[in-house]
Ligand binder design. Sequence first.
Ligand SMILES: [Zn+2]
Length: 502
Amino acid sequence: MKFTITTPIYYVNDKPHVGHAYATIVADTFARYHRLIGDDVFFLTGTDENSQKNVEAARAAGKTNIQAYLDTQSAVWKETWKQLDISFDDFIRTTEDRHKKGVIDFFNLVREKGDIYKGTYKGLYCKGCEAFVRESDLVNGLCQFHKKTPEVIEEENYFFRCSKYRDQLLSYIEDNPDFVQPVSRRNEIINYIRDHFEDVSISREKSEWGIPLPIDSTHVMYVWFDALINYLTGIGFGWDEKLFDRYWPADVHIVGKDIIKFHCALWPAMLLSAGLPLPKRIFAHGFFTIDGERIGKSMGNAIDPLEIAQIHGLDVLRYFLLREIPFGGDGDFSFARLELRYASDLAKGIGNFVSRVLSLAEKISYSYEKNLGEHEKEAQEACKSAHAQWKQGFEAYALHDCLDAAWDLIRHGDQFIDRTKPWSLITNEKTNAIQIIGILVELVQQVSVLVYPFMPHTAEQIWERLGIKNTQIIGEHSIIGSWRSFKISHIQRGSPLFPLTR
Ligand SMILES: [Zn+2]
């Protein structure tokens, strides 16, 4: 099966903070899971560069060459994702020719449909949102997301006739309960489309930066109209039809909850107009705070994810974010919690379990044992149910269920060791000891597969110690979740995966 996943494209007026890293790591986790089970994956991320925000940031930094500024800034984002080992398949920039060409093609499809017209618009505009906002959206006269007073703007613009798609969109959302996720966001979107979804201005006059309209070069494309199309141009629209046909529609767009309206209303209306299939799902993750405070440049607490990865380890950062922030809900980041999670779940959890088993195996110079005796059935059942829960969790976008499944299996393994005490059997009941250790080795292998999407480096380290190559597991559909696929021998214990004293 094919699986296409995207992150939002990020503004380059700032460098990535841990909130951006979270969304991107979530997408990476799904991408890795799907590659692991043998799916044909396309994982897209990129940068949004035609925003007025970026131009202002370039000015503020004293740069006169806007494109050069964007090049440098975009490279920072790409490099950060590489350092964080984000396994993206492409990185789209909205200033690239392939994107601009696709946007023009797309615009022409919508225009041919009769969905572009010229009109005058007067309304409140929030620069932070880069969107017109309604009086009723304001909190004490301020944008709820940017805490700023919107400007009153009156312009003659080109409009996209999205109201034409209101009913079609509402019935689509009705018929496809998975389209807007989590479900708590669904009613918000339905109300918005039903009561407030009006034609949107899609051009700006006198804007110095952006993609000129093919029908009027004195106007540039409104940044959201342009940016959303990245999901198409990033996978070939307008430049590689075969690639596009292979990977569109996206299986899921991962977005922040502040941009869900654009993704669940404007974007599908654009696609309906252009006659293209809609994405299968839009998943909004929550916001998170740092020690109780909302992250943001203005807050001065925008934590650099690279720094955390350097100090604590990449897999520790990944694990912490994915474990601690309920997927779809809001969460809080704190270093105190990170230390707690590290000690309890990693050092004393998976780290200790792997180390206990591999030391036992090393002690008896374990080599593949065919007959695992009376306890095999029970262990096999535990793996089977953990695997089923893990798989179900991924399919239902419930990452917590997947992590629970892995840690339940670790606990099962620990309890099995405590109960059978294999170390006490090595001298007098060697056969029994070998069988128990054989089961434990298999449990370690099974756990490593379950944690791979979340903590790829940890899984790879375990495989190395078990003498398994990545290529023997990743993409090998028949092996994932099956019992004893590898004849494991020559185990190396190695150093602790998550040492308690660092
Ligand atoms: Zn705003």
